[in-house]
Write a protein that binds this ligand. Structure first.
Ligand SMILES: C[S@@+](CC[C@H](N)C(=O)[O-])C[C@H]1O[C@@H](n2cnc3c(N)ncnc32)[C@H](O)[C@@H]1O
Length: 247
């Protein structure tokens, strides 16, 4: 049965910073589908690109895997393509998310030999021999001072022709355009059933927790860390997904 996101539905006096706690993990799939534009479509595109760039014998990393929606789709797609030798490593710093992830993976019989979920901080985890590294709506939560070191580590851990796939909320460089895109985004949330109270309380909770870059800043970051090919493959107002290839 679908677990409906009601995390911000009641008035909260002093709103604490947003965390990926048990309450959030429990309803995360519904939260993601109703809060992230074209969430399912982006998941499909990420899966499709992963199949295209996967190199036999290499590793696939899903950094900030949450409930393992992406890892589960990639696992199923590899199996459906007749590929049996692969290793997906999902890493998340929230134990409740890791618990939800394992339940989802068990439900599709994805064994730990194929998909390993690790509870930890990917800033301090090794990345090596990867052909695909996925960061779906996760880089935006990383301290900007640590982003360059992280992307450099990912670049170094990728094989030649390997890819980094990133989706993030972005900030527009023009304030009028930024305001317009944010309005369109909140309108999408209204259409998906969120109340004004839910929208405003979550916005406050995310302040200084989700720190968006502009398209230029994000693209420059990937290029400065070594990626030669950097292109958006999906965009909707203030959300963009990038493919970065190591050449
Ligand atoms: C918005 S969610 C990601 C959604 C998920 N990738 C998807 O496509 O459904 C961000 C996740 O990143 C995790 N996270 C944030 N910083 C992290 C870090 N330094 N190490 C590991 N996980 C982290 C959070 O716990 C959270 O589950």
């Amino acid at each position: 049965m679908a677990k409906i996101d009601k995390v911000f539905s009641n008035p909260i006096g002093k709103i604490p910073p947003f965390t990926f706690n048990e309450k959030v993990a429990h309803v995360f799939d519904d939260m993601a589908e109703r809060s992230i534009p074209f969430y399912k479509e982006v998941q499909k595109m990420i899966t499709d690109l992963t199949i295209t760039f996967f190199q036999p014998g290499s590793k696939i990393y899903d950094l900030g895997c949450s409930t393992a929606t992406t890892s589960a789709l990639v696992y199923q797609s590899l199996i459906d393509h007749g590929i049996n030798e692969f290793f997906i490593k999902g890493i998340d710093s929230s134990q409740p998310m890791c618990d939800e992830a394992r339940v989802k993976l068990d439900s599709i019989n994805a064994s730990g030999d194929h998909v390993l979920i690790t509870h930890g901080d990917f800033l301090s985890e090794d990345i090596h021999d990867a052909s695909v590294v996925i960061m779906n709506y996760t880089l935006q939560f990383i301290d900007p001072l640590k982003r360059e070191q992280l992307i450099t580590k990912i670049y170094n851990g990728l094989r030649h022709n390997g890819v980094l796939l990133v989706s993030d909320k972005l900030l527009q460089s023009n304030t009028d355009i930024s305001r317009t895109f944010i309005d369109k985004y909140y309108n999408m949330k209204r259409l998906n059933g969120y109340s004004e109270l839910e929208i405003s309380q979550k916005r406050e909770a995310l302040e200084n927790v989700l720190i968006p870059y502009t398209l230029e800043e994000e693209t420059d970051l990937f290029r400065q860390c070594g990626f030669k090919g950097v292109d958006p493959f999906f965009s909707w107002y203030n959300f963009t997904s990038f493919i970065c290839i190591k050449k």
